[in-house]
Design a protein around this ligand. Structure first.
Ligand code: HEC
Ligand code: HEC
Length: 445
């Protein structure tokens, strides 16, 4: 081929590439400018989640460095019903796991208002049919007075749970007085981040057991040896190492394939125009970004939106008006100014969620956006003085509400969460539940 022709061909291809990078669409230009102006680094990279396997880029606890084998071990343990060895009744033995309440296909939340682990039977498609095991009293069931949180993008959560009580650093500096056995937070004295602290306590609370006999009998001992050689043998097969592995796994759960993430990487066709208009509202007129920030669209900050508590909205076990969890951050810190305030959660993959807010008081993203748009608290128990000043009428039109919802629903939806779910666990048990009714629903029998 003659050189001039090759040169012209390259110029032609180059020009075409410029045209198809989408910058002829005013929505792309506007959104890019908006994001650049909001970004502390003045670049779009600030909003990007790391790619799978790019462990250096994932926020992590210095005491628990991420690597593949540890993540793989955590992936097993999170779903391992073989660890369910401390049930209240014999019929609960080996029937539940972390995944009983954190169902991957429903944004790692249950398909019902409240999660049930020990003391539950049945599954359905997303855990929506889980219900009380007749051998259990209501007070014996493993349930909580709040909706479970999503596990996606938790690498960006420095202090975990709705009231942020776990983790020795960040928002919890100065709360050492509240790290007590009574509040279940003494584990913070281990000095780790939220996830690493919480999951030690979480394993115990959810009646899961890890010790050398169990890792031997289920086949995990070699994996613990590989992941934790620096731990002396008498501490190597424990709730702490299991928490480290599970936390590493949770940190790897990133919605980096969502269309909005693709758009940030320069694939401007990944978002539809309606979703781009929705993103502009999110980062503009609707002011969502004043609280939902960074790559995960979350914040370790606490606000009262005045939404209903679980006992007021759903059919929930073992909770009521006196449940301290209704007080949010205040139940942990005992500070007046923290009362009724809850953490700002991440916003990806909520298309797959069926219940919204800490008390499961909303059933769709549209209802949530309408709540923000109306700006009127729905829970009479929350004093007006506590309500976030940002909760006020937003004056969004019907079209704008639709645009914002479509950004949340489609723009923020990673379609391939299954890549994070193991197809088996080493016990060979059914996952995430292993009771006989769940086994049928899950196709294990
Ligand atoms: C009985 C249901 C249930 C089980 C079983 C369960 N969880 Fe949860 N999970 C919840 C609820 C409810 C919350 C919110 C609790 C709160 O805010 O106090 C939560 C919150 C979390 C959070 C905090 C996330 C954030 O963004 O702050 C993490 C991490 C977590 N769970 C991990 C686990 C792990 C690991 C296991 C297994 C050891 C587990 N969960 C088992 C119900 C459950
Ligand atoms: C004042 C800070 C603040 C602002 C502004 C804000 N949010 Fe939130 N958002 C929160 C908090 C806090 C929660 C959890 C409240 C609760 O459940 O008690 C939440 C919850 C949500 C949820 C439910 C998530 C879940 O897991 O249940 C969605 C969806 C959401 N916000 C979207 C938006 C959108 C869209 C906007 C803009 C219209 C917005 N938020 C503005 C703080 C805020």
């Amino acid at each position: 081929m003659n050189k001039t022709f090759t040169f012209l061909l390259l110029v032609f291809l180059g020009l075409n590439a410029c045209q198809s990078d989408g910058l002829d669409n005013p929505l792309d230009i506007q959104l890019r400018n908006r994001l650049n102006s909001l970004s502390p680094t003045e670049t779009l990279d600030y909003f990007l989640l790391p790619e799978d396997g790019d462990y250096d880029q994932i926020p992590q606890d210095p005491s628990n460095p991420l690597f593949e084998e540890k993540i793989e071990l955590g992936k097993f343990l999170f779903f391992e019903t073989g660890l369910a060895l401390d049930p209240k009744h014999e019929s609960g033995r080996e029937t539940y796991s972390c995944g009983s309440c954190h169902v991957p296909s429903a944004c790692f939340m249950p398909g019902r208002e409240q999660g049930i682990a020990d003391g539950g039977i049945n599954f359905g498609f997303n855990g929506e049919e889980r219900t009380q095991n007749a051998d259990y009293l209501e007070t014996e069931m493993d349930v909580q007075g709040l909706r479970p949180l999503c596990m996606l993008n938790t690498a960006y959560v420095t202090n975990t749970t709705w009231n942020g009580r776990f983790g020795a650093r960040d928002a919890n500096v100065g709360t050492e007085y509240a790290w007590t056995e009574e509040k279940g937070t003494a584990v913070n004295f281990l000095g780790h981040s939220g996830l690493e602290c919480q999951n030690v306590e979480g394993l115990r609370l959810h009646r899961l057991v890890v010790n050398k006999d169990i890792t031997d009998s289920l086949g995990y001992t070699a994996l613990f040896d590989q992941c934790f050689p620096e731990f002396p043998e008498e501490e190597r097969y424990s709730l702490v190492t299991a928490s480290f592995a599970i936390s590493a796994y949770l940190r790897s759960l990133l919605t980096n394939k969502a269309p909005y993430q693709e758009w940030l990487r320069g694939n401007y066709d990944a978002l539809q125009d309606q979703e781009k208009r929705g993103a502009l509202l999110f980062y503009g007129k609707a002011q969502c970004y004043s609280c939902h920030r960074g790559p995960a669209l979350n914040a370790t900050e606490f606000y009262a939106l005045g939404v209903k508590d679980l006992y007021e909205t759903g059919v929930a076990f073992a909770t009521g008006p006196d449940d301290p969890r209704n007080l949010g951050r205040g139940s942990f810190t005992d500070r007046e100014e923290d009362m009724y305030k809850f953490k700002v959660p991440q916003l990806y993959n909520l298309k797959e969620a069926e219940f919204f807010f800490h008390g499961s008081s909303k059933n769709s993203l549209e209802e949530v956006v309408r709540y923000f748009n109306t700006g009127e608290p729905e829970n009479p128990n929350v004093p007006e003085t506590q309500i976030a000043p940002q909760l006020r009428p937003l004056q969004l039109s019907k079209e704008e509400i639709d645009d914002l919802v479509s950004f949340l629903r489609h723009g923020l939806h990673d379609p391939d969460i299954q890549r994070y779910v193991p197809d088996h666990v080493l016990s060979g048990n059914c996952i995430p539940n292993n009771d006989s009714a769940s086994r049928i629903d899950l196709g294990c029998d």
